[in-house]
Design a protein. Sequence first.
Length: 143
Amino acid sequence: MATGPFALLCLLGCGPVLLLPGGELSGPVEAAPADWSFSDEISTIQLETRPGDPYSINIWAVGLGDRLYVHAGANRSSWVENLMADPRARVRVGGKLHPMTAIRVEEAAEFATFADAYKKKYGVRPRNENVAEVYLYRLEPRT
């Protein structure tokens, strides 16, 4: 078993590890499912942003019918910055990659629906529910 810096580089090159970001995700590429309800059983998915120089993270996600949501709260993290510059993303769920487009949610009613589903799935509501202050993205199939 490899140890030291080489092992760390191998791990980071393959995708995110726990809280550490990674690079390009691998797996079979498939169209997004018509219904994300199966994701209720999956706590964490992988999100890849920045197609030219892939950046991936592990993140909680909420599926509501044909919509998949990822939430950063008020934290303008690297993946949020990446989506602001280029909304193309990919998600890996159950070992399968799905090309998606990220759309920032700006309507309070949509955020409230997400927040209710988030609480049902994770047992807590999002810390900040002011849609103007948070980064909530709806991921839709890329055409």
